[in-house]
Design a protein around this ligand. Structure first.
Ligand SMILES: [Zn+2]
Ligand SMILES: [Zn+2]
Length: 342
């Protein structure tokens, strides 16, 4: 098959011919129809030695089943060739306490897809494991199925944060994670969902995704503007940017006793002054990925058309266009979710 392979930091992916994946017991192989480019992929390729040479990245993918391994049971009936599915990006043990509880991404024996262990979705074919593979609803195309993953990231963040009905939330950063947090915060009953982003097109997208107000931090001060909108300082704030200093910035503007939820996955050392957290008795919570239940609920809400994945997708590209497009995304532009369609 053809795949975009990582070589080394600072160099674009190379399109290479590599072996097709073979399904092991309980595994399925899908023809990738859509794979989202994730900000984490961009960041991790900048860290020297973090991704092995030759790795096929891409962990936000969906497609059609082409091969079924022994013992793979299916979902609501056995898998057949051509079944349209999305799959969680990893192979967990399936038997440990965390796996049984649905925290499959927390499995101590998880082999992650798209970061070197198992080939990801920047390829014609990719592997999934039966019990982490989900049927796509009729109303969601196989390529748009790639949005299940980033939407589940937002659901998990909002779930862990414990958004309560009537609560006003602040979301900093309107990339895919921030947008996903906005839509779920609204569904879970938040009153004001205030999103801040420097880019006008991202603020517009946030408003299309359930935000009730959007702040341009270049023109308006975050804390006072939030207070003007809601009547109080934030008690719950989401960091969805993944750059240093934002947690500290939020600590300065949130109310006493507030919670800061960091979903941005900053990969460098961050600085914040614990004394501010202490003086205001703040809680900080970090999250990554999602549970099996988060993933299934995302599929179900897409099926019920209570979540629209389309506003998030700004670009669709071929596998051949991926190496150049991936490098171009390192400089902020008008893209939000870019879907590779191999
Ligand atoms: Zn991701
Ligand atoms: Zn496990």
């Amino acid at each position: 098959m053809r795949a975009a392979c990582f070589t080394e930091s600072g160099k674009p992916f190379e399109i290479r011919e590599i072996a097709d994946p073979e399904p092991g017991p309980g595994e399925v192989v899908l023809a990738v129809k859509g794979c989202g480019i994730c900000g984490s992929d961009l960041h991790v390729t900048e860290l020297k030695g973090a991704v092995p040479h030759g790795a096929v990245m891409g962990h936000e993918f969906a497609g059609e089943i082409v091969a079924v391994g022994k013992g793979a049971k299916g979902q609501g009936g056995p898998w057949r060739e051509g079944d349209r599915v999305c799959t969680m990006p990893g192979i967990s043990c399936g038997t440990c306490r965390r796996c049984v509880n649905g925290d499959v991404m927390g499995c101590a024996n998880l082999r992650m897809t798209g970061f070197g262990d198992i080939g990801g979705g920047y390829a014609e074919y990719a592997l999934g494991i039966d019990r982490m593979t989900f049927r796509l609803p009729e109303n969601l195309s196989s390529s748009d199925g790639a949005t299940v993953e980033p939407l589940a990231v937002g659901l998990h963040a909002v779930d862990v944060a414990g958004v309560r009905s009537g609560e006003d939330v602040l979301i900093v950063g309107a990339g895919p994670v921030g947008l996903a947090c906005a839509i779920w915060a609204k569904i879970l009953g938040a009153r004001e969902v205030v999103v801040s982003d420097y880019a006008a097109h991202r603020r517009d997208m946030a408003l299309a995704y359930g935000a009730t107000a959007a702040i341009d931090p270049a023109k308006e001060e975050l804390g006072p503007t939030f207070e003007k909108i809601t009547g109080h300082a934030p008690m719950l704030a989401f960091e969805c940017v993944g750059r240093p200093d934002i947690v500290q910035e939020l600590a300065l503007i949130v109310d006493r006793g507030a919670k800061i939820l960091s979903a941005g996955m900053c990969m460098t050392t961050d600085n914040f002054r614990p004394v501010i957290f202490g003086a205001k008795e703040l809680t900080i919570q970090f999250v990554s990925y999602y549970t099996h239940q988060n993933y299934q609920l995302t599929v179900d809400m897409l099926a019920a058309e209570r979540v629209d994945p389309l506003p998030m997708i700004t670009d669709r590209i071929t596998l051949d266009a991926l190496p150049a497009a991936f490098e171009a995304l390192r400089t902020p532009s008008t893209e939000c979710k870019v879907i590779v369609q191999p």
